[in-house]
Design a protein around this ligand. Structure first.
Ligand code: HEM
Length: 456
């Protein structure tokens, strides 16, 4: 009996010690979390209440971040703050604010944040008139432009390797959207759990393996006296030795830069074209007006060239409106403040992640007459001449603006006019009206739809 009593008292004192330790650890952790999430600056932008550990992550639908940002924009104004776990983010909205940051204070906002999730990658023929999905053909055509530039290689339509590449690439984009990648960026230790990166980023890994094969194949036939493409030129720089390596000309950078160019240069342009043909299906009267202009300026025989663009204000306006209304990069790419800065009276410290809500610029009610309608007249003056409002920023602005803008504009004009010169795109009779809202996976793309391409 005495033994039992003694055991009981030992257990209860042990339990109370564990409880005290538990309370202490909880208070300590909450305090640490509070200190980490505390914003110690005055005039810091307002934002939603930050919750322990997860910050404001519950306020954002990471599958549709631009929609969440638009709601928060209405509540908190043009500049508001968010917190992904312990990281501070500031979201900039509307033309005035985004321009002020990216153009007038370009240097302050020119950095890029570091994403631990990238570490595992080494960073640091259709029958006439039948309904078909034009994604694959458009992707193939656009990717061939970038593949020829980088790797001196083009792929035939239907090439199995190429289909695989596109598939891998699509998977890799999907892997970057949603809550999980955000969480892994904030709590990178989770990436140390064996098997996690391999499982979560399977598509990206496979995509990089594919890029490695392309580069290796390329290196086997490399001849410094005959530079064929970007990869050849990069390899030539690498040959210059240590100084070149210090300047970034290393094998690993070659993989990453070419993968970046491939990713940045193919998806955005092909998605824009898919929006373009979707809007042509939905607005046949606009399609007819574009075709009338093509017939008048180019005719039906010769191929369009960039010289034609200046004489085709309506077509040019339609392409710009596709970019504005299609809004393919709704939240741009994240920036990071390079030093402490101020924006419209708010203080933003160095190292803050900056989200430029480009969607709020392209649909800014203060600038556009009909922001939420497809209305090519946004880009035409009273005399039907092409005009470009300053708030047209699908390529962003400032030091970090898209470096492929000229190439993208050329591709959009040539592909769009060439296809409309030869075909009229119509909705197949048995098909529902395609959805106008986008699917978000870094870019906002149309839901799959079928078209009939009727030869003209
Ligand atoms: C319609 C087509 C395109 C759109 C809408 C688009 C849009 C954008 C946007 C919004 C950014 C982020 C800018 C920022 O951070 O402020 C960007 C960056 C970039 N784009 Fe594009 N882009 C397009 C086509 C292309 C093409 C064809 C290429 C390549 C050849 C390309 C290469 C890049 C690169 C390399 C960056 C990163 C620049 C940097 O970090 O300094 N883009 N693009």
């Amino acid at each position: 009996m005495a033994l039992l009593l003694w055991l009981g008292s030992q257990l209860s004192s042990c339990w109370s010690n564990i409880s005290v330790l538990g309370v202490f650890l909880t208070v300590f952790t909450l305090l640490l979390d509070f200190m980490k999430r505390r914003k110690k600056w005055s005039h810091y932008p307002p934002g939603p209440v930050s919750l322990p550990f997860i910050g404001t992550m519950l306020y954002v639908d990471f599958r549709n971040p631009h929609l969440s940002f638009n709601q928060l924009h209405k509540k908190f104004g043009n500049i508001f703050n968010l917190q992904n776990c312990w990281s501070n983010l500031v979201v900039l909205n509307g033309y005035k604010t985004v321009k002020e940051a990216l153009v007038h204070r370009s240097e302050d906002f020119a950095d890029r944040p570091y994403f631990p999730v990238y570490e595992h990658l080494g960073y640091g023929n259709k029958s006439e008139g039948c309904p078909f999905d034009l994604s694959f053909l458009v992707n193939n055509a656009v990717c061939n432009v970038i593949c020829t530039t980088i790797y001196g290689e083009r792929f035939d339509y239907g090439d199995a390797t190429f289909k695989k590449l596109l598939h891998l690439f699509e998977n890799s984009l999907n892997e970057e959207a949603g809550f999980l990648p955000q969480l892994l960026n904030e709590v990178p230790i989770l990436l140390r759990i064996p098997g996690v990166p391999q499982k979560v980023f399977r598509g990206q890994k496979a995509f990089m393996d594919f890029i490695d094969v392309l580069i290796d194949k390329h290196m086997e036939t490399w001849n410094p006296a005959h530079i064929r493409d970007f990869t050849d030129a990069f390899l030539k720089e690498m040959e210059k030795g240590k100084v070149a390596e210090e300047n970034g000309f290393s094998y690993n950078n070659l993989r990453l830069v070419t993968a970046d160019l491939f990713a940045a240069g193919s998806e955005t342009t092909s998605t824009t074209l898919r929006w373009a043909f979707l809007y042509m299906l939905l607005h046949p009267e606009i399609q007819s007006k574009v075709q009338a202009e093509i017939d008048k300026v180019i005719g039906r025989e010769r191929s369009p060239t960039m010289k034609d663009q200046a004489s085709m204000p309506y077509t040019n306006a339609v392409i710009h409106e596709v970019q504005r209304y299609g809004d393919v990069a709704p939240v741009g790419l994240p920036h990071m403040t390079y030093r402490d800065t101020k924006l419209q009276g708010f203080f933003i410290p160095k190292g803050t992640t900056i989200i430029t809500n480009l969607s709020s610029v392209l649909k800014d009610e203060a600038v556009w007459e009909k922001p939420n309608e497809f209305y090519p007249e946004h880009f035409l003056d009273a005399n039907g001449q092409f005009v470009k409002p300053e708030a047209f920023l699908p390529f962003s602005a400032g030091r970090r603006a898209c470096l492929g803008e000229q190439l993208a504009k050329t591709e959009l004009f040539i592909f769009f006019t060439t296809l409309l010169q030869k075909f009229t795109f119509v909705l197949p009779e048995d098909q529902p009206r395609p959805r106008e809202d986008g699917r978000f996976a870094l870019t906002s793309s149309p839901h799959p739809y079928l078209v009939r391409a009727v030869p003209r």
